[in-house]
Design a protein around this ligand. Structure first.
Ligand code: MG
Length: 422
């Protein structure tokens, strides 16, 4: 998904100055460099911002593949500038340069820009990277290159817990389009009220809607057995994951997350035997898709599987969760040590401090994720009144969210996900 669009600003003023290099002319006045203001484009309700650095103007993210036209959402100019472009104008995305001018009504100087819009590569994340697998502590793509992905986690799927309202295909499409998410996580509640054990069909169907939508959008998807007591329901886990592997084992998109957050229980005596039993059942049906295993103490004790890893199967990663209000350098140090031991980690949940976009600890975690190529899903797609919800109360349950629908945590998460490597 390499960027293949470009917007090049040509500055009359600079061109003029460049033509007058005899030394008799004064140095160019940098204040005459163009100040376009704000030019935002819109596709299917998603806003594609531009950034302006001196005479260079560029989009902050790729236009979707197949885009044939974009609408100008906003154009507002600094100073006393004017242009013939206006909000609502439709621009073609066919590689044809779009010429427009900006005139400063004070200086009467006119600046000319060439705007060229093309859409991104036809390859989505899964087409580009194929089946993910662990290679020591790295997760690599079909070409053996270390890769990482950023996206969202849905909230518990349990009937009546509010997060279930967002389990629909249009949310997945919106997160792909507007957040540029390349991974999504369906968090199927198991043993709590309204979960899988009390309504298997409804909860399973919610998961399938998300998985099918992820496949349709070319995203990776985690099928998460969202429980704190999964070792008590091993038979049910085996039944469920056998069915999921039968349905989806052929799709490179799918990963099985067989235990969200164990409590502070023994890895070697309790968790590992549970994981090995479920893994064995999955492998009968699906020999190769990645399986992600929760770690003790709400998926913080990654040192335990590091010391005693699962060797009965391949393509196994281990879960690390962090919430910056609780988890800081000490957990990164523990995770770094676990990676050094040779196990692969997957952050299937993370949460910022909440209620603010200013979270230095989140920045440290993301630097760590980048440095170590660790994938991550942000908790959670919901409008519940808690610090990690990405949405404000009343946000559209089908996506198409204006910024005003997003919480501070949501705005921060979107910024991180949009900017993640593609
Ligand atoms: Mg498979």
């Amino acid at each position: 998904m390499k960027i293949s669009y470009g917007i090049v600003g040509l500055l009359f003023g600079l061109v003029f100055c460049a033509c007058n290099t005899s030394g008799s002319e004064p140095a160019p006045d940098l204040n005459l460099q163009p100040k376009l203001g704000i030019l935002d484009l819109e596709i299917n309700g998603s806003v594609f911002n531009t950034v302006i650095n001196s005479e260079q103007v560029s989009l902050t993210r790729d236009l979707p593949f197949g885009t044939t036209s974009v609408k100008i959402k906003t154009i507002s100019l600094y100073d006393n500038n004017a242009t013939t472009l206006k909000a609502g104008d439709v621009l073609s995305v066919d590689g044809t340069p779009i010429i427009f001018k900006i005139k400063n009504n004070t200086s009467q100087k006119e600046l000319e820009y060439t705007l060229t819009l093309t859409s991104k590569s036809y390859q989505n994340a899964v087409q580009k990277n194929g089946l993910l697998r662990t290679d020591g502590s790295k997760i690599v793509n079909k070409n053996g290159l270390p890769v990482s992905f950023a996206g969202n986690s849905f909230f518990w799927s349990n009937n009546g817990w509010s997060g279930e309202r967002f389990y629909n295909a249009s949310i997945v499409s919106w997160l792909s389009l507007d957040w540029d998410a390349t991974i999504i996580r369906a968090s199927m509640g198991v043993d709590e009220s309204g979960g899988y054990l009390t309504d298997k069909l409804a909860n399973k169907n919610k998961v399938k809607v998300i998985v099918d939508a992820a496949i349709a959008n070319g995203m990776y998807v985690l099928i998460d057995w969202h429980s704190h007591h999964a070792e008590d329901y091993q038979t049910e886990a085996i039944e469920f994951f056998t069915e999921m592997a039968t349905l989806y084992g052929e799709y490179d998109n799918v990963m099985y997350e067989i235990y969200n957050e164990p409590l502070k229980i023994s890895w070697s005596q309790t968790l590992k035997p549970y994981a090995e039993a479920v893994i064995q059942a999955i492998r009968i049906v699906d020999p190769d898709n990645m399986i992600i295993v929760g770690t003790p103490e709400w998926s913080q004790q990654v040192d335990k599987p590091a010391a005693d890893p699962i060797t009965s199967s391949t393509n196994i990663a281990y879960t690390l969760h962090f919430y910056t209000v609780y988890h800081t350098q000490w957990l990164r140090d523990r995770a770094t040590a676990a990676l050094s031991s040779g196990i692969a980690l997957f952050i299937t949940e993370w949460g910022s401090i909440g209620y603010t976009q200013n979270d230095p600890e989140t920045e440290k975690w993301m630097e760590w994720c980048k440095a170590n190529k660790i994938s991550h899903c942000n908790w959670a797609v919901n409008d519940k009144a808690e610090e990690w919800s990405i949405l404000r109360a009343g946000a559209n349950i089908n996506g198409n969210w204006p910024d005003s629908n997003l919480s501070e945590a949501g705005l921060l998460a979107r910024k991180i996900i949009r900017a993640w490597e593609k």
